[in-house]
Design a protein around this ligand. Sequence first.
Ligand code: F6R
Length: 608
Amino acid sequence: MCGIFGTIGDDAAMRTLEGLRRLEYRGYDSAGLAALFDAYDRNARVETERAVGYVADLANKVNGRFKHSVIAIGHTRWATHGGVTEVNAHPHSSTDGLMSVVHNGIIENTSELLSEIKESGYNMSSETDTELIVHLLHQALGNQRTPEAALDAFSSVIERLHGAWAIAVIVSGMNGILVAKNGAPLVIGRCENCVSISSDPMTLYGSCSEVAYLDDGDVAYVSKEKIDVISDSADISFAPHSGDYSPEDPGVFDHMMLKEIHDQPTAFQNAIAGRVSADGKNAMLSGFQLNPNELRNLEKINIVACGTAFFAAKLGVRYIRRLSNVPVEAYLSSEFPADSVCGKNTLTIAVTQSGETKDTLDAITRAKVAGGHISSICNVINSTIARFTGNGAYLYAGPEYSVASTKAFTNMSAVLMLLALTISEPDNAERTRVIRGLRQMPQRMSNYLHSDIDFDPIVNQIADSNTVLFIGRGPNSHIASEAALKMMEITYLPCIAYPAGELKHGPIALIEDGTPVIAIAPDDSHYPKMEANIRECAARGANVILVTNKEQSAEDFCSNVIRVPHTDPFLSPFMSIMPLHLLAYRLAVRLGNNVDRPRNLAKSVTVV
Ligand code: F6R
C-alpha cells in the first residue's frame, strides 16, 4: 500500500524518485513528488508533481525539472479516502504553497477536523484525509521557521489525529523534514552526505550505511545535522544497515510471480537450513522467547494471520496438533477474539510475509494487552511486526515482490512445521520421517519445476468459466483455499474453495455442464472419500481437474490429471500447491491480466 520516501541532500528529488521505484512492489495507483531547491528561502513555493499510474509516469511528467533540488518527499498512493485521481494523489500543499505533506494510513476523526478547518477558512482541494494535515500545520506554524517551533506545531497537530499514520512534511525555509509515525512503518537512513526517510528499510540498501527505526508515537524533525525527536520511548539510535538491494527483476522469467514460484527450492532450503539435523533426528526453531519446554507447557497457542498467511496458519495448526499435545487454533487477524483466548500462559504468533499487515499488527497488539506471550513468523527482517514482537522466526524466503504470494506461503508452512517439530515429544514416531521428508523437499520441488508441465488444455477449459470450484480434504482442504484465493486474485474469476465433505451441503448446486472443479486428492487416508466426491461432481457434468500423486486414481472421471511427485502424506500439501500456483499464473497470463500487480490489491496492507 502507500509508500513514503524522502531525501535531504544533493539531487534529492531524483533520489526520491528512485526510492519510490523501489517501493512500487507494495502496490499503488498514483504517485507524487514535492521538492525545495533552496532550503533557506522561506518564500519559495514547494514544487510538486503528481501522476495517476506508475512512478515512470510521474518521472515522465517531472522530465528532469526537479534536478538540483535539496530536499524532497515522494509518495505512492493506494486510494482510501477519495478516488484514484491526480487531485487526490499526494503530496498535498498548503494554500500558499509553502508546505507539502505525504501520508500513509487513515485519519479516523477526519469529519470533525474537516469542519474545524473549514470554519477557520481553509478550503479543501482534494477528497483525502491527508490534506487536512497540511492545513492544520499551516494554521499551527504560521510564519515560524525554527526546528523547535516546527516540531512543536507539528506535534500539536499529530496529537489531534486519531488512527494510524506515517507522515512527512516539508516546509519552505527549513532544511529538514518533519516526520511522525503511528502504526505505519517509517525509518530514517543516513550516509555521509544525505539523509533519507522510507517506508521500507530494504529501499535504503546501498544508499544509507545506517538506519534508525521510529517508534509508534514518535514525532521528529530530521535534518542532515541532527534528529530532534519527541518520543515516549528511548531516543532514536542508528544501527549499521548493510545488505544488497535485490531489484524487482524477473530475470529469465516473464513475471516476478513465475520467478518466485521457481525460487521455491532455494527459499525452502533457506527456511530449513540450520534448523534440522543431518541425521534427521532433530529440528529446532530458535528465536522464540520461550524455550521448547515452556512452549510444550503452554495452555494454548493462537496463530493470527490474513489471506494466504492464514491458510498457511491453518496447515500449521494441523502439524502442531499432529506432532504435539499443545492446544492450538488459527484465527483471521481481523476476527481475533484476544480477550477470550489470551491469558498468562498462552502464546499468540503473528504469521506474516510483509510484517506490516495492519490487521495482524492490531491482533498481536490485542494479544499483548490481554497479557499473553507474543511472537512472530515474518519474512521481512526488522519489519514492524518483527520488531513489535521482538522474538520469533524469520522465513528467509528472500524478497517477495509479486502481490500474489507463493514462496512465502511455502516457507510459512515449512516454518510452522518446524515449530511443530520443535515442540513435539522427542520420542514422537513421526519426527524422523517428517524431518527426512523436509530435507528432501527442495530437490523434489526443483525436479518438479524443471519438468515439462502442459497447462494449456486446462487453461483452455477454465478461461471462459463463470466459477471455479476447489475441493480437498484434511490438510489439502487448506491447499484448496489457498489455490482458490490465488487464482481469484490474479484472474478475477470467482473461485470458491470447500472441504470436499461440505460439497453436498451446498456448493454442489453450482455444478452444471462444464463447471471446472479442481480436486486435490493425494494418496492418503482421505483418498477414497475424495474419489467419491470426484464421481459426484463428474456425474453432474463437471470438468474435474485432479491433482494427485496416486498412480491408479480416478482419472476416468476427470477431464485432466495433474500428477505431482510422491511424498510422505504429511508433506503432500507442499507438492499439491506448486501446480496450482502455476495454473493460476498461466490462466492470468492467458486472460491478459497484470499478473504481478492485480487490480485493487496491494502487497503490503497497512490499513484496516
Ligand atoms: C495473497 C496475498 C495476501 C496476503 C495477506 C497477508 O496472495 O498475498 O492474501 O497473504 O494480505 O499478507 P502478509 O503475509 O504480508 O501479512
